[in-house]
Design a protein around this ligand. Sequence first.
Ligand code: 0O2
Length: 221
Amino acid sequence: TDFQQVKKLKTDLIRFMMSYKFALDEINTKIDILSQEFKYIHDYNPIEHVKSRVKSPDSLLKKVERKGYGLSLESIQENIRDIAGVRITCSFISDIYEISNMLQKQKDITVIECKDYIEHPKPNGYRSLHLIVQIPIFMSDRVENVYVEIQIRTIAMDFWASLEHKIYYKYNKEVPQNMLTELKEAAESATQLDKKMEGIHQEISQLKDNERKTDELYDFA
Ligand code: 0O2
């Protein structure tokens, strides 16, 4: 009957969305472990903050329509790979690649795609490292391989992307050319800032390393 069909659709949908929430829980635990271990080894926390979200049904349906995908759960599950999204904001550019490598090495994570918008920024200036991964979620009666999009960026990249997103939103996607140029210039300034901070960070690490080696030498003597 119709009633039973609707009821089944509803439970299917709830379980469908739950698997993305579980995938985020898994990834967040992994990030937390990596961050604590990194802090122990390198003596600083490489992660400024982590945000995660499950795509809202509204924005999910808009994307399905925009891309022309089928409306079935199977089609959405296979085609929309950012229903579960995690954004990791790191301190330095080198932290991005280190965190990304540590995640990619994990046995239960399958890397589907790695988009390096840091080496190859988008034409508007957008920079970030995007990983599309799959992670197994163990449910009561099945294992589901769930897609998660992980965006890794520095504070400067996040600053630019957040404000650019707001400006677009405010101007209803019709930003005048001079503003686009200015936004691009702002992205270049953010890149310079990242490079400068990375340089200082490397120099201090080197100094600390040398001091540690000298201390060890004296300890030995
Ligand atoms: P939201 O609100 O953050 O979820 P697609 O995912 O199909 O749209 P593509 O090429 O497969 O596009 O994915 P892409 O461009 O690698 O990553 C899409 C996500 O990256 C976006 O998600 C944004 O979060 C971020 N992003 C990509 N380009 C830009 C940009 O120019 N400016 C800003 N601010 N963010 C960007 P959503 O779903 O579009 O948005």
